[in-house]
Unconditional design. Structure first.
Length: 94
């Protein structure tokens, strides 16, 4: 009985240690991903579709609309740039 109790506490301590260690690693990595997301958004600033999205997002916010024009682009990169610009334009005008 005593052997099983020691083993149970050992397993419990190991599980708690892994849980605490895993969450601290995740928290330490969070700023890196946020910084990388901002860099990706900055790369779009000179993109035509990003600027179009900014204009349309700003106009929709001014008219109290929610994504009135659904644009679809052939290239995924253009679609991402447009959506990023739209979101930024829609939020900035508040």
């Amino acid at each position: 009985m005593r052997m099983n109790l020691k083993r149970g506490f050992g397993v419990l301590a190991l599980a708690v240690g892994i849980g605490v260690g895993g969450s601290s690693v995740q928290a330490a990595g969070a700023p890196f991903f946020q910084e990388r997301e901002q860099q990706r958004e900055q790369d779009y600033s000179k993109n035509k579709t990003y600027q179009q999205g900014m204009r349309e997002g700003h106009a929709d916010q001014a008219r109290n609309r929610d994504h009135s024009k659904k644009r679809h682009f052939k290239k995924d990169e253009d679609q991402k740039a447009y959506e990023s610009g739209y979101q930024k334009g829609h939020v900035q005008s508040r």
